[in-house]
Every structure is written in C-alpha cells, then in structure tokens.
Design a protein around this ligand. Structure first.
Ligand code: NAD
Length: 435
C-alpha cells in the first residue's frame, strides 16, 4: 500500500471518532461514516456526542481541515484504508449481536465492487473467534484477501491518550494486508510500539482473553474485599497493595469496588462465555467472573439495607452514575442497576454526577431527583452511596453535614483517610459486618 491519502472510518462511536480524530492529527484526510445523522449533526457543530477528555477540542481542530462526515458510504469514491468500528452489542442471552458488522460489511462489499477498488479493510470492532472466517469472509469474498482484524484496546476516559500511545497493536489476517497495515502504523507512531502479526482468529481471541483477564482480576479482588468486610481490622487496599508488588500479579486492576460496568467487560465476558457454550464446553471460570460481578452489586445493596433500617420512603443519595470517572457512559453502570433496585423499594433517590446526568435522564425521566450540586444531593439524606471515583469527590467533607442521617457508603474507599462528619462505611474495610 502506498502512503494512504484517504481513509474511511465506519462508525463514529468512542473507537471510531477517536481514531478518526487521531488520524487527522497525522494529516490524513479522513471521512467518518455513521448511519446516525443526529450524531453527525452534533459532530459537524464541533461537539462530541459523549464526553472524553480532550476529544472535543481535538474535533474542532480536525474539522477545520482534514475531517468530514457522511451517512452514506456510496457518496465516497475511493479510499486506501477502511476501518470498521461499528458496535458489537450483547443480545439478551449474552451472545454477540453481529447485525452492525454484517450490515457494514455488506455496504463495504457493494461499495468496493461498484467502484472497482480494493482498499485494505480493517476490523477494529471486538468480534469473537471465527467471526472473520465464518461471517465476514463469505460477505467480502475476494476482498477478504485484503482484510485484517485489528482489535482496539483503548479505555473510555482516556480514549484519545490511549489511541496516541497504544501499549500494543495486534494485526490478524493474511500476510499482505497485515504487512501493509503494520507499515502504516510504524509510520504514524513516532514511538516504538510492539506490533504482533498473527492469524485473524488469534487476533479476535486476544481481545476477549485480554478483557476477560482484566474482569477476572476485578472479580477476584472484589471477592477478597467481601472477606475483608467480615473482619473488623481488615482493609482490601492493604491486601491489594502487597499482592500487587508480586511481579507475577502486578498492581493494576486490583481496586475493589461495586463491580465492573461499561460497554466492554460485561459484554465481552458474556460473549466469550456464550462462545464456550456453543463449543459444547461452557466455562465455570468465565461464569464465575460474571456471577461474582453481579453479586457485587447485591453487596452494595446489602450495605445500604444494613444501614438504613426501612428503605421505603427513605432518601438515598447516589454520588456517581458513570461506570467510571472521566466518562459520561452509563452503559452497564452498577449505579443504574442499583437505582433501579432502590426505586422498586420505593426509595426517594437523588443523584449527582459531574458528567452523566443527561444520560441518566434518558433512563429514569422524573423518577429520581437530579442534582448538579453535591450539597443538594445530600440534603436531608438518610444514606449517601459513592459509586464513581470522580476526583471532585475527594474534596468532599462538610457537605455531609447536610444529611438527615449522616452515613456514607464508599464503594471506592475514596474518602477512607479523611475525617468526615459522617458514619463511614468503606466497601472492603472491615468496620461494618454484613452477613
Ligand atoms: P458505539 O456504539 O459507541 O459506536 C458505534 C457506532 O457505529 C454508532 O455511532 C453507530 O451508529 C455506528 N454504526 C452502526 N452500524 C453502522 C453502519 N452500518 N455504518 C456506519 N455506522 C454504523 O461503539 P464503540 O464503543 O465505539 O465500540 C465499537 C467497537 O469497538 C465495539 O465492538 C466495542 O466492543 C469495541 N471497543 C470499544 C471500546 C470502548 O471503550 N468503547 C474499547 C475497545 C473496543
């Protein structure tokens, strides 16, 4: 592949938009394609449809020169590379929904055939082992010879930085397109990044193995946290700190909490689990990661019911709605499922989040009270539950004195070392016994 002039990115979500903006910073002409015209209208006005640090200002610079959008691939005449970054959401039973992969692949196939072109096609969407071979290849036919599987590892909350500084690049597929893509990446990244070329199936599996392993670490440390909870002089962070010093374990992803959420870990663990079922084996291990995570949300509810004797008509304040800090994404957020449970118990729920209030409104409408100020959220409350590690919450203190019944359940132990005018219950700190 010669130095590419024009690059198409299909799907303007977290992955596609971040990639498109990054590529324009490297002076490529990028066309972002998305079927959602509302999203494109927002982008054309220089706003991102979701919050990611640094992304909106980068979008504004890109729009001035190298970035354009369309909802119709056939309006573009040609391109050297086509990146596919459409969603692969879960079905009700946890298996993967490939409808966007199938529809975008059909569109690419027709577009290439009509224009007599053979760009390098790159699948960045997370797809299960066998998807390239059994689903994509039959649609692309001869175009599949020029196609690679190149999973994405960015994290929401640091999507742009992770795209600028990836820790690894994995390229699966035939040698010719894989080498072309490898050379492309080697040119655009100034720093040396490990690039692994491998089979398409390995590339597909690497992404699921990676996410499932990280999810396993979280479910493991949450299990330890629940043991700590039962011993009055125990603290999960002390345990995590020391086991993290063992180089065979490492200190990342050992932060106990209310359970993992977001658009990736829950769906990827369940999709891999459902693949093992289709393969006839199933997996007790993957099932345990998933079940442990679900139980952790129940543990938060137990901590609340231990403190608030009668939930009916009580006032409970939720601090943090996004599944993680620096993001407004509430997909599979534990806060959302917890609020749903509290509402069924006739609790008056007040919520605060620095970024995710608008997204929560589309779920709860007028069923909860939305607060832009933490003090308002805590006023007359019977219990506050901190669920997201927003750095704004680190400075909280006197705000808790507004509560009717000052109890804080801190699922992230953000405020464990502060003197607060509140009864402090830290998840994984054994000062409260929950049986
Ligand atoms: P998203 O849901 O935010 O965005 C997907 C976009 O694709 C949507 O805007 C949708 O309108 C668009 N789309 C669907 N069908 C289309 C079509 N035929 N043509 C054009 N556009 C179409 O998804 P995302 O979070 O960016 O994730 C994309 C993929 O990357 C998924 O497979 C996901 O698992 C994976 N991934 C996501 C992350 C993450 O943190 N979000 C990280 C790594 C990998």
């Amino acid at each position: 592949m010669k130095q590419p002039n024009k690059i198409i990115v299909i799907g303007m979500g977290f992955v596609g938009l971040t990639l498109a903006i990054f590529l324009t910073s490297k002076k490529f002409n990028v066309i972002g394609v998305d079927t959602d015209q509302n999203k494109l209208n927002t982008l054309l006005q220089g706003s991102t449809p979701f919050y990611e640090p640094g992304l909106e200002s980068a979008l504004k610079s890109s729009l001035k020169k190298y970035l354009s959008f369309t909802n119709n691939l056939s309006s573009v005449d040609a391109a050297d590379i086509v990146f596919v970054t459409v969603g692969t959401p879960p079905m009700r039973d946890g298996s993967i929904d490939l409808r966007y992969i199938k529809s975008s692949t059909k569109q690419i196939s027709e577009w290439c055939n009509n224009n007599h072109i053979q760009p390098v096609i790159v699948y960045k969407s997370t797809i299960l082992p066998g998807t390239f071979e059994n689903v994509i290849k039959p649609i692309l036919k001869s175009l599949s010879e020029n196609t690679t599987v190149n999973p994405e590892f960015l994290r929401e909350g640091s999507a742009l930085q992770d795209t600028i500084h990836p820790h690894v690049i994995v390229i699966g597929g035939k040698e010719k397109p894989a080498l072309s893509l490898k050379r492309f990446y080697q040119k655009i990244y100034e720093q040396k990044i490990p690039i692994k070329t491998t089979s398409a199936t390995n590339a597909e599996l690497i992404k699921y193995a990676n996410n499932s392993f990280l999810a396993a670490k979280i479910s493991f440390i949450n299990t330890i946290a629940n043991i700590c909870q039962r011993f009055p002089d125990s603290n999960v962070d002390d345990v995590a700190e020391v086991i993290g010093l063992d180089p065979r374990i490492g200190n990342l992803f050992l932060k106990a909490g209310p359970g993992y959420g977001g658009s990736c870990f829950p769906k990827d663990v369940q999709a891999l689990l459902s693949l093992t079922k289709n393969l006839g084996t199933g997996s007790d291990f993957l099932n345990a990661i998933h079940k442990t995570n679900k139980q952790q949300a129940e543990m938060v509810l137990k901590l609340i019911t231990k403190q608030v004797k009668s939930l009916k008509n009580s006032n409970i304040s939720i601090l943090g709605l996004a599944f993680k800090e620096n993001s407004d994404d509430i997909r599979e957020s534990v806060s959302i499922s917890l609020i749903e449970k509290l509402l069924t118990k006739k609790v008056n729920v007040r919520v605060h989040d620095p970024r995710a209030i608008d997204n929560a409104k589309s779920v709860f409408n007028n069923k909860v009270m939305y607060c832009t100020d933490v003090s308002d959220c805590l006023r007359s409350s019977d219990c506050a539950v901190l669920l997201t590690s927003w750095k704004q919450y680190l400075s909280l203190g006197k705000e808790f004195s507004k509560m009717r019944n000052p109890i804080l359940i801190d699922t992230r132990r953000l405020l464990a070392n502060k003197k607060l005018p509140v009864k402090y219950v830290g998840l994984g700190i054994g000062n409260e016994i929950v049986s």
